[in-house]
Design a protein around this ligand. Sequence first.
Ligand code: BDR
Ligand code: CA
Length: 313
Amino acid sequence: MKAQKIIIDGDPGQDDAVNLLLAMASGDELDILGITAVAGNVPLALTERNTRIICELAGRKDIKVYAGCDRPLERALVTAENVHGNTGIDGMDLFEPQNPVQTQHAVDYIIETLRTEPPDTVTLVPTGPLTNIASAFLKAPDIIKNVQQIVLMGGAMREGGNRTPSAEFNIYVDPQAAQIVFDCARPLTVIGLDLTHTVLATPARIEAIRATGTRAAIATAGMLEFFNRHDTEKYGSKGGPLHDPCTVAWLLKPALFKGKLCNISIETHSELTIGHTAVDFWGVTRRTKNANWLYEVDAKGFYALLTERLARL
Ligand code: BDR
Ligand code: CA
């Protein structure tokens, strides 16, 4: 089988970092064309640097990293150091990456790639605010039809928000960008908090990852332990939810997940509920079904996959 071409767009973030490692460990299935960074969990200067650190940790200096938008389309940037620490990937042993960031802007890289690769062959995997993707669509609308599919982490339905009572962080930070992406009419798979809050990094699961003994696995264990501090206290759970790696896990093993085709619309005006994802799960509107909303996962199978892949790095 030919490897699926992907561009990962994220804001590392420990969970973005683990998602990158999972993808880099899965070279038979996934061909990472490039990785783009966006401002989100921490400012852009850190997310692009963190991306380069993670590539080097995985021994993948060959993968090019592009820096993108340093703030949302219309609103001021909101970051999440309270969750991710000051660097965004606190918990692992940080080092100075040797590979430079590319000089081309991430938005131009996305546009160029979607124009050069054959239509319908590139999957976009956003795990942060959707600013880079929306900016590319605004600047070059001709590329939209070439996108094979988008698989993103963002939104919440029954679970409620994690940044406000109504909104999940990625959508809250740039709701205008989210609206553009959700309205793009290309196949869209959306993984929100309803699902990721069942994918808990319990101490036993972290130990199983660490026990594989690879450098990437040990770094992952450290990052997850850091990440857990905030979330276990907030949710009173046995482990923090591992959000972003669900995107790549779905590409690798869709059978682990259950989803339903729904309309998802983004609240972009109300100050009270801005960034809310209105998921029409029961089809009560006549709005076009624009997204495959994933609502259930085999968490045990997910951690088995993650552990097995991290052991390869
Ligand atoms: C999302 O927000 C970020 O804090 C995480 O990296 C994830 O992408 C979860 O709401
Ligand atoms: Ca993220």
